[in-house]
Structures are given as structure tokens and as C-alpha cells.
Design a binder for this molecule. Structure first.
Ligand SMILES: *Cc1c(COP(=O)(O)O)cnc(C)c1O
Length: 327
């Protein structure tokens, strides 16, 4: 990702904290009999695209002389922040919901972060972290703009891999929206630089069991009901109150896209489809694949469509087995 160095807001090269982030493959796969581009974006040191954001955020923290950080996460962002903090010699507290996959929690601890498990929802976890952030730098992947400045390299890579063209449609999972907003900023910068003519249509995919953005998009107003009535296997996007909700909806609308929701049954099918292609992905990542399948089945136009695998399955084996055994 540092091949786009000029576009990344770190002032001095000596502050860059890199764990050797690769350019991730953009593969053409068949889904439901139709072809689609899939960016295999979990092939990073800690196993998810969150390393894009962590690399830039932690580099900026080194530039600012930060010694102690706080993050809250449903797992993968916590692991990414913990790994890059370790590499930078920065102390780090990571707050996670107590329900997070055990191996994600262990991974965060193995990178040397101090793990704080919070009973309750993802929002309760964020509230606990915010309190802790009174005494340390809040390295929140959802709130801190430098994280999204790293994630935007997803757009640069995708465009470069398509011969400096934007896809017509981009289908991404959306919880806190760091990937969607990062890609939106990235494609916007490419358009401003005259490298692409138009940005893609953004389709955000949520789990039906926790779909505040879908509800807002469809109803046009805030829904008054509790947004997490049932749990979902897609733990990485189970965000009842996304802090950048308005920004996400505005990006999706401006691009001419929409938000779709997929139920647990569709997550299960998408996971199986990907297993048949040789990919063991985590249930959260299966949401985007399920959304892409939905989109493909209802749109016959000749569009270039890109989706992504955002997280690998190795960290969530018990959750995968539970999902596959669901009837
Ligand atoms: C974080 C995450 C997402 C969603 O990202 P947001 O930035 O919260 O929208 C999707 N898939 C995986 C595997 C993740 O870890």
C-alpha cells in the first residue's frame, strides 16, 4: 500500500510502521453462475483488511509521539491495532465485547495489548473505551480519520488492478463503515486526480439481524426499535449505532447505490459457496459475498462488479461450524 505513499498523510518516512502489507489479489470468481471480481483483502499480517488502517494510524501516532493508546473493536481491528502498536513500541488497551470469538481475543493478547472484555453490546464496549480514552490516545478505527486514510488504499489497488479503471459497482460489508468510507474517499481522490471518470456505485451489506443502516436507508428515518434483536454470525458488522452512520448513508446515496441486508441463511450459503472455491472465510466476510449474490441475481446488466473477502476463517472456526450446523 505504500506504493501510494504520496497520497498517505504521514509527513516523514522514518515514522512509517509497516509489517510488509502486500498488494492483495483481485480474483475473478463465479458466484451463482456469474462472474465477479473478489479482492482477497484478508491476506494481511493480522488476517483482515484492518491492517491497511492500522498501518497508517499507528504511523501517525508514532509521528505524534504517542506512547499509550486505547481501541475498541469486535476483534479484527483490535488485532490490527495491537500488532502495529507492538511494532511501534506503543502501549495499547483493547476493549472488546465479551462475546467476541475466543481466538480473536487471544490474538489481541498475543500481540501484547491489554485486553478488556466488556459484557453487553458493541456500543457498551465503545462507551467503556471512550472513558479510558480520557487518559490515553483514542486510536479508534471508527472515529480516527487516519485509519480511514489507510483503508482508502483499497480503492487505489482495485483501480490499478483494473487497469486504472473504477468498477461500475462495489459491494462491501458495512458495520462501522471504515472500508466503505475508505474506498469512497480513495475513489473520490482518483476521480479528482483525473485517473478515473466516475466513482463506483457503492452497495453496503449488513446482516439482517443487525441492520441499522439498512433500516435508515429503506425507511429514510431512524428506526426506533432495538437494532440488535437477534445475534448474527457476522460479528464484525454487528454495529447497532455506527458513529459515521450519516457519512455512510450520504456516500452510498451520492454514488447511486444502496444498502442491502442478508439473513443468517444467506450467510451460511455464501460461506459454503466460498468453501467450494477453496476459501475459508469468516462469517462477517460472507455477508459481502451473500450481498453480491443477491445483487447478481437481480441485475443482468453487463457491469464490472467488485466485492471483497474482508476476513479469513481461521479465527472464527467455532462460529463457522455453528453457522453451518444451523437449520
Ligand atoms: C471490520 C470488518 C468489517 C466491516 O468493516 P467496517 O469498517 O466496520 O464497516 C467487515 N469484515 C470484517 C472481517 C471485518 O473485520
Amino acid at each position: 500500500m505504500w506504493r501510494y505513499r504520496e497520497a498517505i498523510p504521514i509527513n516523514y518516512d522514518e515514522n512509517i510502521v509497516s509489517l510488509g502489507e502486500p498488494v492483495t489479489p483481485l480474483l475473478k470468481l463465479k458466484l451463482g453462475g456469474k462472474s465477479i471480481w473478489v479482492k482477497i483483502d484478508h491476506l494481511f499480517p493480522t488476517g483482515s483488511f484492518k491492517d491497511r488502517g492500522a498501518a497508517v494510524l499507528i504511523s501517525k501516532m508514532r509521528e505524534l509521539g504517542i506512547k499509550k493508546a486505547v481501541e475498541d473493536s469486535s476483534g479484527n481491528a483490535g488485532a490490527a491495532i495491537a500488532a502495529y502498536c507492538k511494532a511501534a513500541g506503543i502501549n495499547c488497551d483493547v476493549f472488546i465485547p465479551a462475546s467476541t470469538s475466543a481466538s480473536k481475543a487471544l490474538q489481541i493478547e498475543l500481540y501484547g495489548a491489554s485486553l478488556k472484555k466488556v459484557e453487553g453490546s458493541r456500543s457498551d464496549t465503545a462507551a467503556a473505551a471512550l472513558k479510558d480514552a480520557a487518559k490515553a490516545y483514542y486510536a479508534s478505527h471508527c472515529r480516527n480519520p487516519f485509519f480511514i486514510q489507510g483503508v482508502k488504499t483499497f480503492a487505489f489497488e482495485t483501480a490499478e488492478q483494473l487497469g486504472w479503471n473504477a468498477p461500475d459497482t462495489l459491494i462491501l460489508p458495512v458495520g462501522n463503515g471504515t472500508l466503505l468510507l475508505g474506498a469512497y474517499i480513495g475513489f473520490g481522490e482518483l476521480q479528482n486526480a483525473g485517473l478515473i471518470k466516475k466513482i463506483p456505485k457503492f452497495i453496503g451489506v449488513q446482516a439482517a439481524n443487525c441492520s441499522p443502516l439498512y433500516n435508515l436507508f429503506s425507511a429514510g428515518t431512524a428506526s426506533s426499535r432495538n437494532e440488535l434483536l437477534q445475534s448474527t454470525a457476522a460479528e464484525g458488522i454487528a454495529v447497532a449505532e455506527p458513529v459515521r452512520g450519516k457519512e455512510i448513508l450520504s456516500a452510498v446515496r451520492q454514488s447511486g447505490g444502496c444498502i442491502i441486508a442478508v439473513d443468517e441463511e444467506k450467510l451460511k450459503t455464501a460461506l459454503k459457496d466460498m468453501l467450494a472455491e477453496g476459501f475459508l472465510i469468516e462469517p462477517t466476510a460472507a455477508a459481502a459475498i451473500a450481498g453480491a449474490k443477491d445483487y447478481l441475481s437481480s441485475h443482468n446488466r453487463n457491469e464490472t462488479i467488485v466485492t471483497a473477502v474482508t476476513g479469513g476463517g481461521m479465527k472464527s472456526l467455532p462460529k463457522i461450524v455453528d453457522l453451518l450446523n444451523m437449520d
